[in-house]
Design a protein around this ligand. Structure first.
Ligand SMILES: [Fe+2]
Ligand SMILES: [Fe+2]
Length: 285
């Protein structure tokens, strides 16, 4: 692709078009210029047809769309082919993206050469491994037991199958190892924009209303990736708490839309976040 000198690098997540009100919002999402790229950090929808509908629409409007899966895409919900579980479902989604011209974590990392660039876009698929433990617990078993006690158990436990891996944490470990290898290979000549459904560090989950939900929100295996690799920004979603925070001078941005009951309560804002705008960290305290 030739170098571009216009356009913006935009990001969004958790469109959840399974909800009609969210579908109406997505229908109105448009680029601000023909050179805009859109990073989609997971939870587009639950069912395959809804995911396809949204990604096809966005791929037809933005010059480039980069997607990474959320937990909802990886569910095997009622109505979708039951044999598409775990890795088979992920590979099916990747094939769908290829057909639509959408980039995924399985493609070479694309280079943004527009304003604010060059930066390398790194869509990550890492899952989680129950290492963001609730207070007072020391193991996954204790963490799950704690969550069952409070009734805050993620639906992933019933619908996100790890097949053929024995567990979600085993799938996560394999993804982390393979991704780390690719990142080392990519070198450090160009700053990276990480796009992952979950934050690479635990701190953003500290504001969760139910802290025990953090065990489904990432892995401690990536806690230093924003320091080990040259990171321009870390884009994530899943928490449905859109905001900007800084860790070690690196900007982390939660870019979710969320469920109608959540976004209705918030003041209106630009849904598409400009990834390379506002790069200055807050002054040191
Ligand atoms: Fe979500
Ligand atoms: Fe999610």
């Amino acid at each position: 692709m030739p170098a571009r000198h216009d356009g913006r690098l935009l990001a969004v997540s958790d469109l959840h078009v399974t909800y009609d009100e969210n579908r109406a919002i997505v229908q109105e999402l448009k680029p601000s210029s023909p050179g805009d790229w859109l990073l989609v950090a997971g939870d587009v929808a639950d069912g395959l047809e809804d995911i396809r509908w949204a990604l096809r629409l966005l791929a037809g409007r933005f010059e480039r769309v980069v997607w990474t899966p959320g937990n909802h895409e990886l569910w095997t919900p009622h109505g979708d082919p039951p044999e598409l579980r775990g890795v088979a479902r992920y590979e099916h989604l990747v094939a769908m993206c290829r057909e639509l011209g959408v980039l995924t974590p399985e493609d070479p990392y694309p280079l943004w050469e527009g304003p604010g660039g060059p930066v390398r876009i790194v869509p990550l698929f890492l899952l989680y491994d129950y290492t963001f433990l609730p207070p007072g617990t020391a193991t996954k078993e204790e963490a799950l037991e704690y969550a069952r006690g409070t009734g805050v158990v993620c639906t992933d436990e019933y619908l996100l199958h790890p097949d053929p891996y024995p567990s979600r944490e085993a799938w996560c470990a394999a993804r982390v190892a393979e991704t780390e290898r690719r990142l080392v290979e990519a070198g450090d000549d160009v700053p990276l924009v990480f796009v992952n459904h979950y934050p690479l560090v635990r701190e953003p989950t500290n504001v969760l209303w139910y802290p025990e939900f953090a065990q489904w929100c990432g892995t401690t295996a990536t806690r230093d990736w924003h320091l080990r690799f040259p990171t321009a920004a870390m884009i994530y979603g899943h928490l449905h708490i859109p905001r900007v925070t800084w860790y070690d001078g690196v900007r982390f941005e939660e870019v979710s839309l969320g469920y109608p009951r959540e976004w209705r309560r918030r003041p209106p804002r630009d849904l598409l976040r400009d990834v390379l705008a506002g790069q200055d960290p807050p002054p040191a305290p």
